[in-house]
Design a protein around this ligand. Structure first.
Ligand code: NAG
Ligand code: NAG
Ligand code: NAG
Length: 565
C-alpha cells in the first residue's frame, strides 16, 4: 500500500509511520436530516451522533444518490449511480432474483485487497438468491469476510400487521393471486398428468400449497437473520436484534484489534425503518413516540461501538463515517396519526421523491482524529458516492479505470486543501427516471437544481397520500423544467426565470451535462423491475432455502445419532 497521498497532504509528521485508519461506516435506515441534533433537532437526543459531527467534519449538503434503499446502497458500495448496475429499483422481497452484479467493484472488495478485514453487520438489501439456493448475491461475495444481519431489512409488515399486503389490496388481493395460482396449477396438473403422469400432478398440488404458505407467512416480507451463509432465525427476534448487532460489531472490532489488522466495519442499522421495535429503556422515553425512541436507541447503539473503539485505544486511528441511506419517509403515519417515518427538517419531500431535497439530503459526519481537523463544517454539495474514492485516496489505492465512476475523492475538501466540491453536476433519479439535475457553478455560492418531473403530492402538502402511491405515481413532467437555487431557496418555493440570463445559460449548461451523462449510460446493466412473476419464482424463495436447511440438519442429527449408538 502506498501512503503517498497522506504524506503529500501533510497529514503526518515526517518520519512517523502512517498506518491506514480503521474504517467504521454507520448507516441508519430512513433517518431524516431533521432528526439529528447536530442538524438542528432540539427535542430528539442524539449525543453520540452529535459527537461524531463535533469531533469531525460535518457535511451540510451531502446527497444520497437515490431516495430508496437498494439504489442508494448500491451506489454507495460502488461509487456509481444505480442506473449503471441495474439496481435502480428497490428489492421488494427475498424472492426477487435480482441483485448487485458481481462484476461491480465494491468498497469492501477494495479494502479487502488492501489488507483490511471486512464485516457487514445489519441490513444488506442488494440481493440474495439468483438461482436455486445459491445465495449468489450474499454480501460475502462482495468483499465482506463476515456478514451478520438481514438480506433485505426491516419493513412494517414484519411486525405482523401485514400493512403492505393491505395496501396492495389486502386479503382480496391475496385471494386473486391464489385464484391465479390455483387455475395455473390446475391446468398444469391436468396437462402434465396426461403427459408425464401422476407424480407431476401431485407436485402441482404441492405447488398450490406452497403458494399459499409463501404468501401468507414468509414469502413476501419475513425477516430472515443470517450469519455468513446460514439462516439462523426466521423470523428474526426483533426484541434482541439491536443488542445482537452491537455485540457482533464489538466482537469483530476486538478480534481485529487483537490481530493488529486494519478493519472495515459497516454497521448498517435496521432502525429507523418501520416496523419500529425500540426496547427498554428507550421504549416510550423520547418526545416523539416510537419513531423518536428508535432514533435515540440507534444513537445509543452507535455509541456502544464508539465506546469499544475508545476502550481499545483506537478511536484516533479510526475513520467513522456516519450517514442515513436517504431522507425520512413522510408517508409513514401510524394508526394514531403520528409521523413514524422521519423528519426532513426544512426540506420538502421525503423518501422515494428522488429529485427533492427532503428525499436525498442526508445527515453526514466524518470523524478521524488523526487525519482531520475537528469542528469543520462543509456546505459544498457532496455525495455518498464520494465515500469510496475518498477512502481509496486515504489508503493509497485507485478506483477501477475500466468503468464510469461517479464519485470523487473529497479528501482535499475535508482537509481544507480545496474549498470547492470536485463535482459540477449531480443527477437525481427516481428508479430509472431522471427527476432533476443539480449544478454547482465554479464561481459564486449558488447551487442550482433543474427539475424535470414534480411529484404528485396531495394539494397543499409535500407528501403523497401513501407509500404505494409514491412508489407507483408518475408525477408531472415539467415543461419547461423548473430551476431553483437551493442555497438561497432551500425549500424550493421560488422558481427562477429561465428565459433571462444568467438562468438561461445555467439551463443550457445543465442540458449539455444531461446529454453527456446519458451517453455515459450506454451499455449499462438494464434494471429489473420487481413484479409478481418474481414473487412466484419459487425455487429462489428463501422459504425453500430454510426448509432445505432444516431437513438437512435433521438428517445430519439422525445420522450422528445412528453412528453414536
Ligand atoms: C425533531 O425530530 C422529530 C421526530 O422526527 C420531529 O417531529 C421534530 O419536528 C424535530 N424537531 C426539529 C426542531 O426539527
Ligand atoms: C413470518 O414468519 C413467521 C413464521 O414463519 C410467521 O408466523 C409470521 O406470520 C410471518 N410474518 C409475516 C409478516 O409474513
Ligand atoms: C426473543 O428473545 C427474547 C430473549 O431471549 C425472548 O424472551 C423472547 O421470547 C423472544 N421472542 C420471540 C418472538 O421469540
Amino acid at each position: 500500500m502506498a501512503y503517498l497521498t497522506l504524506a503529500v497532504l501533510g497529514l503526518c509528521t515526517i518520519g512517523q509511520a502512517i498506518e491506514p485508519p480503521n474504517i467504521v461506516l454507520f448507516v441508519v435506515d430512513d433517518l431524516g436530516i431533521g432528526d439529528v441534533g447536530s442538524f438542528g433537532n432540539d427535542s430528539l437526543r442524539t449525543p453520540y451522533i452529535d459527537s461524531i459531527c463535533k469531533n469531525g467534519v460535518k457535511l451540510e449538503h451531502d446527497l444520497a444518490s437515490a431516495a430508496l434503499c437498494t439504489p442508494s446502497r448500491a451506489a454507495m458500495m460502488t461509487s456509481r449511480y444505480a442506473v449503471r448496475s441495474g439496481m435502480s429499483h428497490v428489492i421488494m422481497s427475498l424472492m426477487v432474483a435480482n441483485g448487485l452484479p458481481r462484476s461491480e467493484w465494491t468498497l469492501p472488495q477494495m479494502l479487502k485487497q488492501e489488507g483490511y478485514a471486512t464485516a457487514l453487520i445489519g441490513k444488506w438489501h442488494l440481493g440474495w438468491n439468483r438461482g436455486m439456493l445459491d445465495q449468489y448475491f450474499n454480501p460475502i461475495n462482495y468483499g465482506f469476510n463476515h456478514f451478520f444481519g438481514l438480506p433485505t431489512g426491516i419493513i412494517k409488515d414484519i411486525g405482523g400487521k401485514q400493512e403492505i399486503i393491505q395496501e396492495l389490496g389486502g386479503d382480496a388481493m391475496l385471494m386473486k393471486i391464489m385464484g391465479i395460482c390455483l387455475i395455473t396449477s390446475g391446468l398444469m396438473a391436468y396437462f402434465l398428468s396426461k403427459r408425464i403422469g401422476i407424480t407431476m400432478a401431485l407436485m402441482s398440488v404441492g405447488f398450490i400449497g406452497t403458494c399459499f404458505v409463501m404468501l401468507k407467512t414468509n414469502g413476501i416480507t419475513n425477516a430472515t437473520l443470517v450469519r455468513n451463509d446460514r439462516i439462523i432465525e426466521m423470523p428474526a427476534n426483533l426484541t434482541t436484534i439491536t443488542r445482537r448487532l452491537i455485540d457482533e460489531g464489538q466482537s469483530f472490532v476486538k478480534t481485529q484489534r487483537a490481530k493488529r489488522e486494519p478493519f472495515f466495519l459497516e454497521m448498517s442499522w435496521l432502525h429507523v425503518h418501520t416496523f419500529l421495535h425500540p426496547q427498554p429503556p428507550f421504549k416510550g422515553s423520547s418526545k416523539h413516540g416510537p419513531y423518536g425512541d428508535a432514533v435515540e436507541e440507534t444513537d445509543w447503539a452507535i455509541g456502544q461501538i464508539m465506546k469499544t473503539l475508545e476502550e481499545l485505544g483506537i478511536s484516533d486511528d479510526t475513520l467513522i463515517y456516519f450517514t442515513s441511506d436517504h431522507g425520512g419517509d413522510k408517508t409513514e403515519i401510524d394508526e394514531k396519526g403520528r409521523m413514524v417515518g422521519g423528519w426532513n427538517g426544512i426540506f420538502r419531500g421525503g423518501k422515494i421523491d428522488g429529485g427533492q431535497e427532503g428525499a436525498i439530503r442526508v445527515p453526514t459526519c466524518i470523524q478521524w482524529p488523526s487525519g482531520l481537523t475537528k469542528g469543520k463544517v462543509i456546505s459544498e454539495p457532496t455525495s455518498h458516492m464520494d465515500l469510496m474514492p475518498t477512502i481509496a485516496a486515504i489508503v493509497g489505492t485507485h478506483m477501477p479505470k475500466d468503468r464510469h465512476i461517479d464519485g470523487k475523492s473529497i479528501l482535499p475538501l475535508l482537509t481544507g486543501e480545496e474549498k470547492r466540491t470536485p463535482h459540477d453536476f449531480f443527477f437525481h433519479y427516481k428508479e430509472t427516471e431522471l427527476m432533476a439535475i443539480r449544478h454547482r457553478p465554479r464561481e459564486g455560492d449558488a447551487v442550482y437544481k433543474l427539475h424535470y418531473v414534480w411529484p404528485g403530492w396531495q394539494p397543499g402538502t409535500d407528501t403523497w397520500p401513501s407509500l404505494l402511491s409514491a412508489l407507483k405515481g408518475k408525477g408531472t413532467v415539467l415543461k419547461p423544467p423548473r430551476l431553483f437555487n437551493v442555497v438561497a431557496d432551500p425549500k424550493e418555493l421560488n422558481p427562477l426565470d429561465t428565459k433571462v440570463e444568467p438562468y438561461a445559460g445555467i439551463v443550457k449548461k445543465i442540458e449539455e451535462a444531461r446529454l453527456l451523462h446519458e451517453e455515459s449510460l450506454v451499455g449499462s446493466v438494464p434494471s429489473i423491475q420487481p413484479g409478481l412473476s418474481q414473487f412466484f419464482s419459487l425455487h429462489r424463495s428463501v422459504f425453500v432455502d430454510y426448509a432445505w436447511q432444516y431437513i438437512s440438519d435433521e438428517m445430519d442429527k439422525a445420522w450422528h445419532a445412528f453412528n453414536l449408538y
